[in-house]
Design a protein around this ligand. Sequence first.
Ligand SMILES: O=P(O)(O)OC[C@H]1O[C@H](OP(=O)(O)OP(=O)(O)O)[C@H](O)[C@@H]1O
Ligand SMILES: Nc1nc2[nH]cnc2c(=O)[nH]1
Length: 192
Amino acid sequence: MAKLDKQALESRDSMRTLMDEADCLIPQARVEQALDRMAEAITRDLGDKLPVFYCVMNGGLITTGHLLTRLGFPLEVDYLHATRYRSRLSGGELFWRVSPEIPMAGRHVVIVDDILDEGATLAAILDYCRQARAASVTTAVLVDKQHERKAVPDLSADYCGLAVADRYVFGFGMDYKGYWRNAPGIFAPKGL
Ligand SMILES: O=P(O)(O)OC[C@H]1O[C@H](OP(=O)(O)OP(=O)(O)O)[C@H](O)[C@@H]1O
Ligand SMILES: Nc1nc2[nH]cnc2c(=O)[nH]1
């Protein structure tokens, strides 16, 4: 097996240290409970509407997977990829990498993402869904970061699992510089 080069070794070691020292803000058990509550509410509201769920890649991947297995009704799944952080710690212009494939017109659309932070991503996706003439659009995010910097005042998701402190968080789909989307809970780097 090929050996890791010097840069890869440094990344591996610094990412291990980051995780070792990180603060666990929300352990996995609490994340799972939040997902249960979200699934219950979504089932109540959309269970007979044959909705289409759109995962916002990449961050929404883990939340979408965990949520979907809790939903016992017929639905379709698609994804879109819009990113404005691109492995950095602050957001820039929204870049659409992949548009959805299943047409939204006349459908009950559910957008699933990991985090609502400043909300520019969700606001742009909502505009897209409205222009695509969805019959209804609802939004589900695992965490809503608590601060006063929302792109649209009072922007919130229809289904939100947990509130999270105003720190850069990772885990459960959210990355730190591209790594640790696989961390089983919600974490923040020490001192950040
Ligand atoms: O509310 P906002 O401030 O707009 O930020 C939220 C968005 O940021 C993250 O995506 P990111 O741009 O990091 O892309 P990724 O999902 O591929 O990591 C996250 O998955 C949300 O989609
Ligand atoms: N990983 C990660 N992505 C984000 N996108 C917007 N805010 C955040 C955050 O706190 N963490």
